[in-house]
Design a protein around this ligand. Structure first.
Ligand code: ADP
Ligand code: MG
Length: 482
């Protein structure tokens, strides 16, 4: 029997990303998620006789944007086809898709698992419309159909079978999700189904150039489930291979409670969909000008930005990746460092108070309206020892999030937040605090370094919180060492 360690897992992903357009792919029905069922459904979405689809130009631009960002070749002459099948949530009886002529081809994305960097080739990215949604109610004899999703614009991103582990699959989807968000192509929200993933997986003995028979696990709607699906399915396939059992090309589902997979159907043939050219849409020609325009307006990509943050601003890889993943935060950083030389503090404010506020309130930077200038001013006031970081981040910053246009200097004065103590006063307070703790000082000097906090706390009390804890800590250490 072949040892488990002798096996190689081979994975290719098909990711569906819902495009952030205002309207559907072929009509003016709106796209926001979570509305009352069947309220975003026109006769065109339902494919009633006599209706005609009309191409959404915004969707084309977003497809090109993602294609260029993943180093794909863009197809200029685009055709659409009908993929025919019956399903209750597909009232048209077909989906309009691009079967053999995907708009983007032959790209790649680099992924990082934390230990290794790998290139995953992208076979194609094509446009298609989504189907409606069936809602099955447990233990009820009826199901419901919501057609709001019918006709939503999707990109299907298909990788080559270049992924070799659950970690790499996880890293790929994580990177792709960041990228589509960054580019404004898709909101990347997996719970709402804006990003869904099918995992194709096979196993082979290391060194075998042939691919094994693949199994496809459909519709995974969280990155964690993708990892679980790969872990379970690869173990199952390896066990079958070891026993010499025949692996069938199957479509399977993931049980989200037990994290095991179950068969849905053995693979349908291409022929079953009877693809044929969509007669109601003319071929779509993408001009050089359109592509150039999109290329020129494309923001620097996160990896490029991260490089600049590390090399030119001296940020740590962690800080750089936190900021560069978000186009708004990156922009904010670059504006902020025009106004302060303290790059590390700028990064800390963005990753700390700012990002916490934004994610805590689930709003964007644009929505909250905070500007770099007051943040730069706070950084300076802290540097000059006029206000403590604690006061700045806990008292001033929350106020700023509510009133982005406020004058922070006035606010600090009115609320009496300036650190009042002069150098001499601080020294006196340190002296006073230490004076009452002779025994603890002895213990400190014998190695109980944790007592430092007690001394600092004492000074903070004496000053009613208006001295800088870091500065005081430094003073106390100096004092104790002499
Ligand atoms: P299909 O026609 O069955 O959809 P495709 O050739 O379009 O197959 O590939 C679909 C996905 O499956 C791609 O992501 C591809 O990389 C992946 N894939 C193809 N063959 C294998 C295999 N033997 N093992 C793992 N993944 C595979
Ligand atoms: Mg396929």
């Amino acid at each position: 029997m072949v040892e488990r360690s002798q096996y190689e897992v081979v994975i290719g992903l098909e990711v569906h990303a819902q495009l952030q357009t205002r309207t559907k792919l072929f009509c003016s029905d709106t796209t926001p998620f979570g509305n009352e069922p069947n309220t975003q459904v026109s006769a065109i979405s339902l494919g009633h006789p006599g209706t005609l689809p009309r191409m959404n130009k915004e969707a084309i631009s977003l497809a090109i944007t993602l294609g260029l960002a993943t180093h794909c070749t863009i197809l200029q002459q685009n055709y659409f086809v009908r993929k025919n099948y019956f399903y209750p949530d597909l009232p048209k009886g077909y989906q309009i898709s691009q079967h053999t002529t995907p708009i983007c081809r032959s790209g790649f994305m680099e992924i990082n698992t934390g230990t290794t960097t790998t290139k995953v080739r992208i076979n194609r990215i094509h446009l298609e419309e989504d189907a409606g949604k069936s809602i099955h109610v447990e233990e009820s004899p009826v199901s419901y159909i919501d057609c709001n999703r019918a006709g939503m614009p999707l990109l299907e991103i298909v990788t080559e079978p270049d992924i070799r582990s659950a970690e790499e699959a996880f890293a790929f989807v994580t990177s792709l999700r960041k990228l589509v968000r960054y580019l404004g192509v898709c909101d990347g929200n997996m719970e709402k189904g804006s990003l869904r993933c099918d995992v194709n997986i096979s196993v082979r003995v290391h060194g075998d150039p042939r691919l094994g028979t693949k199994v496809e696990i459909k519709n995974l709607n969280s990155i964690r489930f993708i990892k679980k699906a790969v872990e379970h399915e690869s173990a199952r396939l390896i066990a079958m291979h070891q026993k010499g059992e025949t692996i069938l090309q199957q479509t399977r589902g993931l049980d989200e409670v037990t994290f095991t997979t179950y068969p849905i159907r053995t693979k349908e043939d291409e022929d079953d969909y009877r693809y044929f050219p969509e007669p109601d849409l003319p071929p779509l020609y993408i001009t050089e000008d359109l592509m150039k325009g999109i290329q020129q307006n494309m923001p620097a990509l996160p990896t490029e930005v991260a490089g600049i943050l590390m090399n030119e601003y001296g940020l740590s890889p962690y800080d750089a990746s936190q900021i560069s993943e978000d186009a708004e935060l990156s922009y904010f950083f670059f504006e902020l460092v025009k106004q302060t030389k303290n790059h590390k503090a700028a990064a800390n404010w963005i990753i700390g108070p700012l990002q916490q506020f934004l994610s805590g309130h689930d709003i964007s930077l644009a929505e909250c309206g905070i500007q770099p200038a007051p943040v730069a001013a706070l950084i300076q006031l802290i540097e000059e020892g006029k206000i403590s970081y604690a006061m700045a981040s806990q008292k001033v910053f929350p106020e700023l999030t509510q009133h982005p246009a406020m004058d922070i200097v006035t606010f600090i004065k009115e609320h009496d937040l300036y650190m009042e103590a002069s150098e001499g006063e601080m020294d006196r307070m340190v002296e006073q605090a230490l004076h009452t703790h002779a025994q603890k000082i002895a213990a400190y000097k014998k190695g109980k370094k944790g007592l430092l906090g007690v001394f600092v706390g004492e000074v903070m009390k004496l000053s009613r919180g208006k001295v800088d804890a870091q500065l005081i800590t430094k003073k106390i250490i100096e004092k104790l060492n002499t």
